[in-house]
Write a protein that binds this ligand. Structure first.
Ligand code: SF4
Length: 434
């Protein structure tokens, strides 16, 4: 969501006639778009602002903007610690960025950290890195209150976009050559709960949205993130199975394999329910890949709790996992919980979990050798040796031949590692992406 906001910020500035600067020292506007989810986000922000202070002193025309979650959370703190900042724009105020910038020229510091979204960022212009794929925000904000999470504080309650707005954006993207969209929401399964279908008392459903986005001409891949195990419903599985464009991959955040820890996290599902959904999804969609999020060392996590996480990871056989060491976020409930786990214990558990998941990822990847997959070309790999592409199941495939980003091809998998596969083209690329 934060990166999507960055695209919107860049789009707004470009639409206003600005161009990307080569040299930060000569920049007219510098935007630091912050994300409070990551550890040390505030240290990084104030460190970067410290570096910018002499740069701005040498270039007084420069305007420094702080946007995103930390702007929303820290508000006046930013002004106090870095009075050389010109604009503080919170998560709900992005559409006002240009007028705030203009006003800062004559009136000094401008701060807009309103608590409610009035215009969805997706209604703004965007500058996207890729011409062939795009994020589409469907419901920013979150109505849950997971005790480790800062999102409800900085993004506010869930606000669903109207189905027609989303479809209009997706059709517009398809008309410009986009072939893959990722629907973004903090909890996509509760999409629509806060709005009604025009002319009806009924709320729109995420399952219907998936089908309709998947039916847009030119859209060949639909992904979404993230579903919530508590709010998952069978109609979403049916829509995923019935809609050819919906990719065979689900990112399904588990967080912990211990019911006690899940309870303290205020994640309102339990391990059996989580595994039950995973089984149903896999039964309905053969070959679907699953990834997850796991937090290690949540306050009060015992050795037995952690072993339960290892058991679930072993049983679930995720393709991949985003694994995090718990660290308290100021402003969250868990930050003040008793039983904060010692850093060395967290590190040792984290290392065990990573080793387990690496083994499983490697085994799952090895099982794909010999299979043929449709891949979408993303570009050259970082070392410029080959083309990087991606399967519908979200696996990266390196192919020796150079191919244009946005094109589809079929690749036979010839080698596998935990985090990427190697493939050979089985026939000429089919279908143009861009
Ligand atoms: S569901 Fe929980 S973890 Fe996800 S954004 Fe909402 S509060 Fe945060």
């Amino acid at each position: 969501m934060n990166e999507h906001d960055s695209e919107r910020i860049a789009g707004l500035l470009l639409a206003d006639g600005m161009t990307p600067a080569e040299d930060i020292a000569a920049s007219r506007v510098v935007v630091l778009n912050t994300c409070a989810i990551r550890e040390n986000a505030d240290n990084k922000l104030y460190g970067n602002l410290g570096h910018l202070k002499p740069v701005k002193a040498a270039n007084p025309q420069m305007r420094i903007v702080v946007s995103g979650c930390l702007a929303q959370k820290d508000k006046g703190e930013i002004q106090r610690r870095a009075p050389w900042v010109d604009v503080v724009v919170g998560t709900h105020a992005l559409p006002h960025l240009l007028e705030l910038l203009a006003r800062s020229e004559t009136e000094g510091l401008q701060m807009d950290v309103r608590e409610q979204t009035e215009t969805f960022p997706s209604a703004l212009p965007a500058a996207r890195d890729d011409a062939f794929r795009a994020w589409v925000s469907i419901a920013p904000g979150c109505d849950n209150a997971c005790t480790f999470c800062i999102v409800p504080l900085v993004r506010g309650p869930q606000r669903s976009r109207a189905v027609d707005d989303i479809l209009a954006e997706v059709r517009g993207l398809a008309a410009r050559g986009v072939v893959e969209v990722t629907l973004l929401g903090q909890n996509v399964n509760t999409y629509g709960r806060d709005v009604t279908v025009p002319g009806s008392p009924r709320s729109p459903l995420f399952a219907d949205l998936l089908r309709r986005v998947g039916a847009v001409d030119g859209i060949r891949r639909v992904r979404f993130t993230s579903p919530h195990p508590h709010d998952f419903t069978p109609d979403v599985i049916e829509a995923m199975a019935d809609t050819p464009a919906v990719c065979e991959h689900i990112h399904f955040p588990m967080q912990s394999g211990s019911d006690d820890v899940l309870r303290r996290m205020q994640r309102s599902y339990r391990r059996d329910r989580y595994m039950g959904w995973l089984e149903r999804i896999r039964a309905a969609i053969p070959g679907i890949a699953a990834s997850t999020d796991i937090i290690v060392g949540f306050p009060g996590e015992t050795e037995r709790d952690f072993e339960q996480t290892l058991e679930v990871v072993e049983a679930a056989r995720f393709d991949s996992a985003y694994m995090f060491q718990y660290s308290p976020r100021p402003g969250t409930r868990a930050a003040s919980f008793d039983g904060q786990v010692h850093k060395e214990v967290v590190q040792a558990r984290f290392d065990r979990l990573v080793a387990l998941q690496e083994r499983i990822s490697t085994e799952e990847a090895a099982a794909l050798v010999g299979e043929t997959h449709e891949v979408l070309v993303e570009g050259g790999d970082k070392k410029g040796r080959s083309t990087q592409s991606r399967t519908r199941t979200n696996r990266i495939v390196h192919i020796a031949e150079a191919m244009e980003p946005g094109r589809f091809a079929r690749a036979r998998i010839v080698a596998a590692a935990a985090h990427h596969l190697t493939g050979e083209l089985v026939r000429d690329p089919v279908g143009a992406g861009t």
